[in-house]
Design a protein around this ligand. Structure first.
Ligand code: IDC
Length: 448
């Protein structure tokens, strides 16, 4: 049965309209990173104008190394419009840099992340993610070595931000942190005189007022971090942030979530929006936790999303959708570089109606990749028990992946015939989710 190829419904698709790039939705790489500095309580660019960075933090890179990939970073910049990526390297948890982690491997991930962020003109935060180790002095020597290497290697780039201790906690006092910070900053400053350094504050980077009372005065371009999780931390912490800023403290929200402080639990959009309002008022930069598909509400991807890039709206968790909308003011992720004229091919043959949509288009290793999703509708006056369609491209294509059909590449075309399970289409009914990914040396379109 499977081998009977019937061409009786061979469908020719026709492409309407010209081939034009849609660029309006795409933020191109035009903004080269400006050298940042701190003026009063504000982060400013080379012209002295206030800058508010918005971005996303990876989850721990030892757990989720797969999101450190070029395409993912590119999309975050171009589709989401983010300015900064935070690369979270845990120091103590499972696979931690100072405990049981493979240091070279972790450093390489950090370096790859810096490379991709740099390529797409984003700032990148190198996050020494202390957490269960409580006091940053626990692994101070390791931190010195690490930041010495990072600042030696990358100190000449102006898109680097050093976060020297994620969240001091437990009994760690501001004095402990300050002492640690002075030592680490002096290591960094030997190699890098200017880039911004972020310093954590006591009690999981919440006691910002303690830094405001006694800031580091002998160093330039230092900012202090405040972290919040909107379902847990509300007006009280916002008041503290406001007081610290008004006292003159440069504050940077290098991590926040819209769920509770466990990184999970219910989302509180109302509180999240209050936070955003205040951060916008004071031009406070912010970075959301986290870029992963972990089954927790702070993850921006759903746990069934197995992709590392090419995310569509369906892949986003509630947090992801909220953040995307907040950044772009759009409800749905816009595909990039998609030719509108090939997005929605509709060919009604009085028999079968085909629509072929480009749902993703990206470049990888110098090749153009396209993911198509097709729907076939039976417009005839009788039920079909088999079907076959042909899509003709204007360039040679290689089939990379395909689903819900039997696919053959013939010349510049692809023919698709039914699987046993989707052979029947009742009159007026349709079958969906016939998909494939093709790649080509050049941009392609369906000719017919
Ligand atoms: C959480 C992760 C979770 C992981 C845990 C490890 O979301 O998957 O198991 O760390 O201890 C922070 C921390 C950040 C936490 C996050 C949520 O900086 O590492 O991530 N959080 O608990 N501070 C407040 C909340």
């Amino acid at each position: 049965m499977k081998n009977i190829i019937c061409f009786c419904f061979s469908i020719m698709l026709f492409c309407f309209g010209g081939y034009e790039q849609v660029t309006a939705e795409v933020k191109e790489n035009i903004s080269i990173c400006s050298t940042l500095s701190v003026k009063g309580n504000q982060l400013v660019n080379e012209k002295g104008e206030t800058v508010q960075l918005k971005g996303i933090s990876t989850h721990g890179i030892a757990w989720f190394p797969e999101y450190i990939n070029e395409q993912c970073f590119k999309e975050l910049k171009q589709q989401w419009g983010i300015d900064v990526i935070r690369i979270a390297m845990y120091t103590a948890e499972n696979g931690g840099y100072c405990t049981d982690g493979n240091r070279e491997y972790l450093k390489n991930l950090v370096k790859n992340g810096i490379e991709y962020a740099t390529k797409y003109n984003m700032y990148v935060i190198i996050d020494w993610h202390i957490l269960s180790d409580g006091n940053p002095n626990t692994y101070k020597e390791e931190a010195k070595e690490f930041f010495d290497e990072m600042s030696k290697t990358y100190g000449k780039q102006n898109n680097i931000i050093y976060e020297i201790c994620n969240e001091p906690n437990g009994t760690t006092s501001w004095e402990d942190i300050k002492q640690y910070a002075q030592e680490i900053i002096s290591v960094i400053r030997k190699n890098d005189a200017n880039n911004i350094v972020l310093v954590g504050t006591p009690n999981w980077s919440q006691f910002i007022e303690q830094a405001a009372e006694n800031p580091i005065t002998n160093e330039n371009n230092i900012m202090y971090t405040l972290h919040f999780y909107a379902a847990t931390h509300k007006q009280d912490l916002r008041d503290n942030m406001q007081k610290a800023i008004e006292k003159g403290l440069p504050v940077f929200v290098s991590e926040f979530g819209i769920c509770d402080a466990s990184g999970n639990g219910a989302i509180n959009e109302e509180q999240a929006n209050e936070w955003i309002k205040m951060m916008n008022t004071y031009h406070i930069s912010y970075v959301i936790w986290n870029l992963s598909n972990k089954a927790e509400t702070s993850a921006i991807l759903k746990s069934d999303c197995k992709k590392n890039n090419g995310f569509t709206n369906d892949n986003l968790s509630e947090s992801g959708k909220w953040f995307y909308k907040m950044l772009t003011n759009k409800e749905v992720i816009q595909s990039q570089n998609i030719n509108n004229s090939i997005q929605n091919i509709n060919r009604n043959t009085n028999d079968l109606e085909i629509s072929a949509n480009v749902v993703q288009h990206w470049q990888q290793n110098g090749k153009e990749y396209y993911q198509y999703e097709c729907t076939i509708k039976n417009n005839s006056t009788y039920a079909k028990n088999q079907w076959n369609i042909t899509l003709q491209f204007d360039e040679a294509v290689t089939l990379v992946n395909a689903w819900n059909g039997n696919f053959n590449v013939i010349g510049n075309g692809i023919s698709i015939y039914n699987m046993d399970y989707n052979a029947n289409i009742q009159q007026g009914e349709y079958i969906k989710n016939i998909g494939f990914i093709v790649c080509s040396d050049r941009q392609i379109r369906i000719k017919y």
